[in-house]
Design a protein around this ligand. Structure first.
Ligand code: FAD
Length: 455
């Protein structure tokens, strides 16, 4: 049974479940409108195909290429070809090229109307985003690849059931949770257990620093040193919850996982009827009995609400242009963003970021926290299904942007880091995903009650 009652307070956030649900009812229509009806927020540019999984060998049978890790459906040959995991995981709609840098430089002042492909509808997309800012929590999309990536319609590629799973998906989730093993004074950063690779920006590559046996030895050493460190049920990963920062890192990952589970259960393909519909058993298996997972999802909602609300005045004062090339469209997009940020800001202090990275070992954890978050964003290149990789990348970028806004935007500082278009699009779409997950979980709960009443 889900132990959460509406009055319960979401730990580490300052709001009850009921408050967040009510807020979601207010914000959701505006957020859906923004992400579904504007060109700016319904297209995402990313490098989906040109990057290799930097953490393990693509050829060793684990994930890392489209062909592997999609063998989870029983008797896949019995399923009509269009419903097979490989097909469901493919992207749909036109992919369009980013206008080349040369072209942008020729006429830097004029908004570019690049050849963005049929129906893509995006016009101004000039961005020089290969400069890295040390305050970023995510890896820039073009960090290792020469190509500027492709535009993808998010409306035509909704996040839903794809059939991706098995060893490949497990390996990615395993690696994500392992990032939670934070540095202890006697462990260097590169010893984040299991992630035995050191990123070397100059060489744009990874250096292996420990083999599997080394990792195992380290794990044992750490366990011996910290025997009371609790284990997370079911995952087996150590969650070091002695301070807020480490707890928040775990909650963000688990909340993202819970949100992905909610979507794939809500928008599930019934392979008998060929209809897309909610799958109650899927929800029961992954979320219903796990109040901690649902709590983490709500926590993420509070975190993103706070980031979006905080960003509102900044977007207003900087008169951020949504560069459609058409002033009236630009104004309409800005008005929609304004509506979302104001509604998100209607509950003051939903999450107090001022408590993080200040006390005890907090300040020294910030860089570690950022590095781990970047590792998670790199891990998205190991996701072996195109659509899952797309949404995995959007959501890690969305959380990374939220963290950047919360922890790197100081209202009294002149030096506010710039937000790139992809970061803004990711932030608002990740918020919309969480909003949709909360709604889906509410409906699933009603279905559970209805089922009980029937019996
Ligand atoms: P998994 O969801 O793979 O979970 C693995 C283990 O993690 C579980 O056994 C449990 O012990 C633990 N766990 C589960 N949930 C949580 C939680 N919230 N917090 C903490 N621990 C938890 N599939 C799709 O159909 N559509 C998608 O869009 C999609 N996107 C994905 C994106 C990414 C980045 C990844 C890595 C996978 C994605 N998948 C997607 C696959 C999906 O998440 C599952 O991995 C797959 O459905 C297999 O599920 P499972 O039941 O084996 O458990």
């Amino acid at each position: 049974e889900c132990a959460i009652t509406p009055k319960s307070i979401v730990q580490d956030a300052c709001a009850s479940y009921a408050t967040l649900e009510k807020l979601n009812e207010r914000v959701k229509p505006a957020l859906d409108d923004l992400t579904r009806t504007t060109d700016f927020f319904s297209h995402y540019r990313l490098n989906l195909f040109n990057k290799r999984c930097p953490f393990w060998n693509d050829e060793n049978g684990f994930c890392g290429n489209i062909g592997c890790a999609v063998e989870t459906l029983d008797n896949e040959e019995d399923i009509p070809e269009v419903w097979r995991a490989k097909e469901l995981g493919k992207l749909e709609g036109p992919l369009a090229k980013h206008p080349g840098k040369q072209e942008q430089k020729k006429n830097p002042k004029r908004p570019l109307h690049g050849e963005l492909g049929e129906d893509v509808g995006e016009s101004c997309v000039v961005e020089y985003d290969d400069e890295c800012d040390e305050r970023d929590y995510c890896v820039l999309e073009d960090e290792t690849a020469s190509s500027k990536g492709d535009y993808v319609s998010l409306l035509r590629n909704p996040e839903r059931f794809t059939g991706y799973g098995g060893e490949g998906a497990k390996q990615v989730w395993d690696a994500i949770y392992r990032e939670n093993c934070f540095q202890k004074s006697s462990f260097p950063h590169s010893a984040n257990l299991g992630m035995s690779l050191n990123y070397n920006p100059a060489a744009q590559g990874f250096k292996q620093v420990l083999d599997a046996a080394g990792r195992q030895a380290q794990l044992h050493a750490q366990r011996a040193q910290y025997p009371n460190t609790p284990f997370v049920a079911n995952t087996g990963y150590e969650v070091d919850d002695e301070c807020l920062e480490k707890r928040v890192f775990y909650r963000v990952m688990s909340g993202m996982h819970a949100s992905i589970s909610a979507h794939l259960c809500w928008d599930f393909l019934n392979q008998t009827t060929g209809l897309w519909q909610p799958n109650l058993q899927c929800y029961k298996d992954r979320l219903h009995g796990y109040s901690d997972r649902i709590s983490n999802l709500y926590f993420n909602y509070a975190l993103l609400t706070r980031a979006v609300a905080k960003l509102g005045p900044y977007l207003r004062s900087s008169e951020y242009t949504f560069c459609t090339g058409d002033p009236s469209e630009d104004m309409a997009t800005r008005a929609k963003v304004d509506e979302v940020t104001k509604k998100a800001g209607s509950i003051p202090q939903i999450f107090d970021e001022g408590l993080m990275f200040v006390n005890g070992e907090g300040p020294s954890l910030k860089e570690d926290f950022r590095n781990r978050f970047r590792n998670v964003s790199r891990l998205m290149d190991c996701v072996g299904c195109d659509k899952c990789r797309l949404w995995g990348k959007i959501q890690t970028n969305g959380y990374g942007t939220a963290l950047k806004v919360l922890f790197e935007f100081d209202n009294n500082s002149e030096d506010i880091p710039a937000l790139k278009r992809t970061e803004l699009v990711a932030l608002f779409n990740t918020y919309a995903r969480l909003s949709e997950s909360m709604r889906a979980i509410g409906k699933f709960k009603e279905m559970v009650v209805a089922e009980k009443n029937e019996n």
